[in-house]
Design a protein around this ligand. Structure first.
Ligand SMILES: Nc1ncnc2c1ncn2[C@@H]1O[C@H](COP(=O)(O)OP(=O)(O)O)[C@@H](O)[C@H]1O
Ligand SMILES: CC(=O)N[C@@H](CCC(=O)OP(=O)(O)O)C(=O)O
Length: 303
């Protein structure tokens, strides 16, 4: 007999009565969030396992079918790295942002708006939803300009990170029209500038800003780590603005977590009711976070 614990997504070991209780527990949450917008940042690191990708797509469809409005913003950092490796290039990052020269920009566009987006759209459609892939250019969704990146530690230093954009404005009308028509928008983090130039924008930044503009009820950021960790590696389940400042200052937060936390905090301060950073490698973590009492990952508070 195997002593392996059942996989988290294997529900056959749960007694029927317990299953019924789990389903019944979801009802108040379904009622509470009916008609509400949930922005889901699907990080490139969370989407590397095909079985998990399928679980993710099914969860998104379930949220839509019970009356919520999920909007997916996807990343693709590791997938861009794989494509760069094929042309003998390796990405470099400053404060969590990819330094994007012209050649890198071509790869970024090709990977994000191509393979990554179409995989997610396909999986959602197969799971019974109607997903539509968009970039920030479609419907004039994301206007951007070249990012002026000030050094976190020395504000007199400004880094040139190439064609990385910062968001100037978001026109959410295309997203709203799709939502109203029962579609599920799947958005690549690319923006356009005043001269029709293209920008590579960090997906966390896009998700945070879009959640604000759409007045989303929730922003869920799915990543490859249980949440924000302290210096000893313990999960921080709840973070206030002041605590986040301290984590920035003492260097606990680095790399890709920098734009993630900054965007999460901005969204929380600007009206998004609940902002969570959760582990996308745990099957159905997003569904459980939304539809049960169980709390996962790190919740970001505005005060
Ligand atoms: N204090 C911290 N807590 C958790 N993760 C951190 C922390 N500081 C840096 N990180 C890094 O941030 C990563 C998540 O950001 P990123 O790689 O951009 O993921 P994603 O693809 O989901 O956007 C983690 O895998 C981890 O390596
Ligand atoms: C400017 C910048 O860093 N853009 C990101 C866009 C993709 C992304 O954000 O992907 P993850 O969410 O998987 O990290 C990049 O080029 O990697």
């Amino acid at each position: 007999m195997s002593h392996e614990p059942p996989a988290a997504h294997d529900l056959t070991h749960i007694a029927p009565r317990d299953k019924a209780e789990i389903l019944a527990e979801a009802l108040p949450y379904i009622r509470k969030f009916h008609g509400k917008t949930i922005v889901i940042k699907y990080g490139g690191n969370a989407m590397t396992d095909p079985a998990l990708q399928q679980d993710f797509a099914e969860d998104v469809v379930l949220l839509k079918l019970v009356g919520m409005n999920p909007v997916v913003v996807h990343g693709g950092g590791p997938q861009i790295e794989d494509a760069l490796a094929k042309i003998g290039k390796k990405g470099t990052f400053i404060q969590g942002m990819r330094v994007t020269d012209e050649e890198t920009m071509e790869v970024v566009e090709w990977v994000l708006a191509g393979q990554v987006q179409q995989d997610i759209v396909g999986l959602i459609n197969v799971a019974g939803g109607k997903a539509v892939g968009l970039t920030g250019r479609d419907g004039g969704l994301i206007r951007a300009r070249k990012l002026r990146m000030v050094d976190h530690k020395d504000p007199s230093v400004v880094h040139d990170v190439g064609q990385v954009g910062e968001i100037e404005s978001i026109d959410p009308s295309v997203v709203k029209a799709l939502q109203d028509d029962q579609f599920i928008p799947v958005i690549s983090p690319l923006g356009f500038g005043a001269n029709n130039e293209n920008y590579n924008i960090n997906a966390d930044v896009v998700a945070g800003k879009l959640a604000e503009v759409l007045k989303a009820e929730k922003l869920m950021m799915l990543t490859n780590i249980p949440g924000v960790l302290d210096k000893a590696g313990n999960l921080l389940t709840n973070l206030s603005a002041r605590e986040i400042d301290e984590l920035f200052a003492d260097g606990t937060i680095s790399g890709g977590m920098l734009p993630k936390i900054a965007s999460a905090l901005e969204a929380a301060k600007n009206g998004v009711t609940a902002v969570h950073i959760i582990d996308g490698r745990v099957p159905h973590s997003m569904l459980l976070e939304i539809l049960s009492e169980q709390a996962y990952g790190t919740m970001i508070r505005s005060h």
